[in-house]
Design a protein around this ligand. Structure first.
Ligand SMILES: [Zn+2]
Length: 564
């Protein structure tokens, strides 16, 4: 740009400003309370210039574009503080047969999927269930061959304990009449001894290991689908909990191609990935605040459902075990020190009360060495012994503590958690209000694809502890409910804070990115059931529209996204 042109731009700063009015605007304010406004002005770079409140004059001129909000509710773009971006995308890319009610219906779906994906060398799917189909037997390779004769097809059963192959897949894997099943597995055979197409348990590896790993093109397609899963539900940013180098390169390709619509705060999968991606430390914010490597994701233990969570006392429903740590305390301390030395933010998966106790103890110890604003994160923080809250409070006060929790886990896991923990240990389970009361910043998320990346279900659960079916009506351990403001902050300002992004997005305020959504339901007043049903009309990221419910097939295609 020549000097003359630059001068003109500078003297006409309002040239490409956009005014959004006829809205009921709502955001978490800097002080944590809800701030209401009736219009918003943002600039050409997608940065907010002003909120116009009730009693203030909405500008009549000085802007280039006007968006009529049609009286709808305008909220900050929501943030999911714990997702697995690429797994979400690959799940969306995979053929899903879990809703099919007959073999014929499944075969129809498989044929359509094959037609829709002519370039995929293997067709991969999951979710079939011959019981649901009332088939009375396993399906066969021949039945698959009838709809996909040429290309290998490999479909996992709903429980993951069997796979269904067509003849091309059996051939590619070299599974013949002569093949023997590995121990712990079974090859289902025809009367003549030839494999019928279904391989059970360990035998499924005979084919599974031949499925080609995803290509870069697959990664790109999966990322596009993942983003769509996010922005159509009103999410404009996510934290990716365990990015590999392949994941990061996929994010970078999308950014380079101007196709990164949802902001990603990445946490490297272990120290090796974090260091490989970040080198000497966290990356800068890239692509106008759309991507940053913040830190590292570590695992202290497993999950409650599979009894891998590490408890202080035995499982109520399996007294011979209390789960297992995935790291010793020494290993955890070493890994955390390694990360902290280079200022990587640390996010550690901890579910069981012993895992949380050891993690908090290690944080407490290390906070003497690694001072400052660290915002170390506990991912899930699912079961905390109330005796350990003082330790959490100490860490929160000295270096900042983030409790990254998933409200929908409480509603989904309620009965399972009662079985695993018994009645005596429920007080510290999914204890959002206690975490907040002890100084932790509550950042909310979904753990997608474990759960749908649906923030509305999460907000409804957070304020009620009642599930989608209204159970239990009085709320489960209702003392751990949070206020509506806290729930909204958990999905906006606090989720941004949890990723060191609070000066960039997460609230609507001058100087922050214009990430916002237009919806039909007010989370400050609606019933939990109504919040769960919230319709997202539009999603905007950095002043560009990425989702319009009236053009759902359009997705982010053609939307004016990154202006600068
Ligand atoms: Zn996770």
């Amino acid at each position: 740009m020549g000097l003359a042109a630059l001068a003109i731009t500078l003297t006409n700063p309002a040239y490409a400003d956009t005014l959004v009015d006829n809205i009921q605007g709502q955001t978490i304010a800097a002080d944590g309370h809800v701030e209401r406004f009736k219009a918003m002005l943002f600039d050409d770079a997608g940065v907010i210039k002003a909120l116009i409140h009730e009693g203030e004059k909405t500008p009549k001129k000085g802007f280039q574009y006007r968006i009529d909000g049609k009286g709808r509710l305008l909220l900050p773009g929501l943030i999911d503080a714990h997702v697995h971006v690429m797994s979400t995308g690959f799940a969306a890319l995979t053929l899903d047969l879990s809703e099919t009610n007959s073999l014929a219906e499944a075969l129809e779906k498989i044929a359509a999927y094959a037609k829709a994906h002519p370039d995929r060398p293997w067709l991969i799917g999951r979710g079939w269930n011959q019981e649901r189909w009332k088939l009375g037997r396993f399906p066969t390779a021949a039945e698959l061959d009838a709809v996909v004769p040429g290309r290998p097809v490999w479909l996992e059963r709903v429980d993951g304990h069997a796979g269904w192959a067509n003849t091309a897949a059996l051939k590619a894997a070299g599974v013949t009449s002569a093949s023997t099943a590995p121990s712990g597995g079974e090859i289902i055979r025809n009367a003549d001894g030839s494999p019928s197409g279904v391989l059970v348990d360990n035998a499924s590896d005979l084919v599974g290991t031949h499925v080609p790993p995803p290509t870069a093109r697959d990664y790109d397609a999966a990322l596009a689908l993942a983003q769509r899963e996010f922005y159509r539900r009103g999410l404009t940013a996510v934290a990716d909990m365990g990015s590999t180098m392949e994941d990061w390169q996929t994010f970078r390709r999308a950014g380079d191609a101007n196709q990164l619509y949802v902001r990603i705060m990445a946490y490297g999968s272990g120290i090796e990935s974090a260091v490989a991606i970040g080198g000497p430390g966290p990356s800068p914010w890239l692509y106008a605040d759309r991507l940053r490597l913040n830190g590292v994701k570590l695992y202290m233990d497993g999950a409650l459902g599979s009894r891998g969570a590490w408890l202080k006392a035995p499982y109520h429903d399996k007294p011979d075990t209390r789960g297992l740590p995935r790291l010793t305390q020494t290993q955890l301390g070493n890994l955390m020190s390694r990360a902290a030395m280079d200022n990587y933010q640390i996010a550690v998966h901890a579910i069981g009360d012993e895992a949380n106790a050891v993690l908090l103890g290690t944080m407490d110890d290390l906070s003497a060495t690694y001072k400052g604003d660290r915002r170390w994160r506990i991912e899930h923080a699912q079961v905390i012994d109330p005796a350990d809250w003082p330790m959490a409070a100490r860490v929160a006060k000295s270096i900042g503590l983030i409790a990254s929790m998933q409200p929908v886990h409480q509603t989904s896991d309620r009965l399972m958690a009662e079985a695993r923990l018994g009645p005596g240990r429920l007080a510290g389970a999914y204890a959002w209000a206690s975490a907040k009361a002890n100084g932790a910043t509550l950042a909310f998320g979904s753990d997608s694809p474990v759960e749908l990346p649906d923030p509305w279900t999460g907000i409804a659960a957070a304020i009620s502890r009642v599930d989608e079916n209204g159970q239990p009506p009085e709320g489960w351990q209702p003392q751990e409910r949070v206020s509506r403001e806290t729930a909204l902050a958990g999905y906006t300002s606090n989720a941004a804070y949890a990723g060191f992004a609070e000066k960039r997005f997460g609230r609507l305020a001058p100087g922050l990115r214009a990430d916002f959504i237009l919806v039909d339901t007010d989370p400050m007043t609606a019933t939990p059931a109504a919040i769960h049903q919230t319709k997202v009309f539009e999603t905007w990221v950095g002043g560009g529209k990425v989702w319009d419910a009236e053009k759902p097939e359009g997705g982010a295609q053609g939307a004016e996204v990154v202006k600068r």
